[in-house]
Design a protein around this ligand. Structure first.
Ligand code: SF4
Length: 400
């Protein structure tokens, strides 16, 4: 077991600065990822009226049209001309699907870059209960889906980078290192591609987004927030149904605090340890930004009424799941003074990761201990473990 004296990583992956690199989309001319205003600008450049941009936005973001010739509101000669000029819709596409016995689907999604790298996106029908306690948005009992889709609500877990530089010791994605940032279109495109596959009706279906897939969203801040704006303003989703999780990138949290509430998702802090000593062992990022610095930055966010900050806590057997850890977490959360809840996640095993799953009695005792201290605490159900779709397991594993 890694914790218990053994050194973690003497050389944690070097962190990339915020917005270090953009995808290698080369000279591709892609509509998907541009806001209406930018699409209109392109149309004007092509000698067309600006409202043509609205037609393109309507087709690609609302009607899920994936090829330029399918945008039938544009005259055929214009479609032809745009194609000749090298324009394409360029929405990321699902290239492989792995289906779990529990209905979860894990997708390899091909991005917009010329490098053909894929990322992972996960569809969880009925969610994983992580949204419990969020403003009453999703009570446990949801009404039946009127369209007979076989699910009542769902959660989509979205990636923000190919791989990750943060090097959390319990996470399979960390093994990839950082390969590159995703563009805004690649982040938002995962959602639209999954909505398309699952016939999600925006405005009717109860679907939550969690930016908790591969990568650290706050190390790709500009593209991540552009994707959120696309999803809110172009696709029509509510930011209150979105949660972004950070490992604690303080400059990112400080920028996030400045975002307008109309386009700001809810925030989750990936805490995972009761104190700095253990956290630095399992999350080397803590050596740069310790818990108090992270909490201080979070205090700068003006929360909406009834909004809570979520503390995500992965329980590692024998490492972070002991009763005295629960007492410490309770004190820590209370000390923040923030309206908060705790989501517990029993660690999901992955090849080459030297931890053990917590015993189910330890998980329940941990949950009870926090709840007894008056802290709203929920247990996230593991989804899709058999297909490597669960938390911390996303590594583009292709053995389904
Ligand atoms: S848990 Fe998240 S931040 Fe940490 S290495 Fe994995 S993907 Fe990166």
């Amino acid at each position: 077991m890694l914790y218990s004296g053994q050194a973690v990583s003497a050389n944690p992956s070097p962190l990339v600065p915020l917005d270090a690199n953009n995808p290698s989309s080369g000279s591709l001319r892609l509509f998907f990822g541009l806001e209406t205003a930018a699409l209109s600008e392109q149309m004007v450049r092509a000698g067309e009226p600006p409202w043509r941009g609205h037609q393109v936005a309507e087709a690609i973001y609302r009607q899920h049209v994936t090829d330029l010739d399918g945008i039938t509101t544009l005259p055929k000669p214009l479609r032809q001309r745009l194609t000749n000029e090298g324009w394409q819709v360029g929405r990321p596409r699902i290239s492989q699907v792995f289906t779990s016995v529990d209905g979860t689907e894990r997708y390899l999604v091909q991005g917009q870059g010329i490098d053909a790298l894929t990322v992972e996106t996960v569809w969880m029908p009925e969610g994983d209960d992580g949204e419990q306690g969020d403003d009453g948005l999703d009570a446990v009992a949801a009404p039946p889906n009127e369209q007979g889709k076989g699910w009542h609500r769902a959660t989509v877990c979205v990636s923000s980078q190919v791989g990750c530089a943060v090097n959390c010791q319990f996470c399979l994605t960390a093994k990839l290192g950082l390969q590159r940032n995703l563009s805004a279109g690649e982040i938002a495109g995962q959602v639209v591609a999954v909505f398309d596959r699952q016939a999600v009706e925006v405005g009717r279906d109860r679907v939550n987004l969690v930016f908790m897939g591969m990568g650290e969203p706050f190390l790709n801040y500009d593209n991540f927030m552009s994707a959120v704006r696309l999803l809110v303003e172009e696709v029509g989703l509510s930011p209150q149904r979105m949660t972004v999780s950070t490992s604690g990138i303080v400059p990112g949290i400080e920028r996030f605090a400045e975002e307008p509430p109309e386009t700001r998702p809810k925030l989750a802090i990936s805490l995972n340890a009761p104190n700095d000593e253990i956290r630095s062992e399992i999350m080397p990022i803590n050596r740069k930004w310790p818990i108090e610095a992270v909490v201080d930055a979070v205090r700068g966010i003006r929360l909406r009424s009834r909004e809570r900050v979520t503390f995500e806590y992965v329980l590692l057997g024998g490492v972070t799941d002991q009763p005295h850890h629960a007492a410490e977490v309770a004190r820590l959360v209370r000390r923040t003074g923030l309206p908060a809840k705790v989501n517990l996640i029993a660690w999901n095993p992955g090849p080459g990761i030297p931890y053990t799953m917590p015993r189910s009695e330890a998980v329940e005792a941990f949950r009870r201990a926090l709840a007894n201290e008056g802290i709203p605490t929920y247990l996230r159900r593991p989804r899709g473990r058999d297909i490597f779709a669960a938390c911390g397991q996303l590594k583009r594993t292709v053995e389904g």
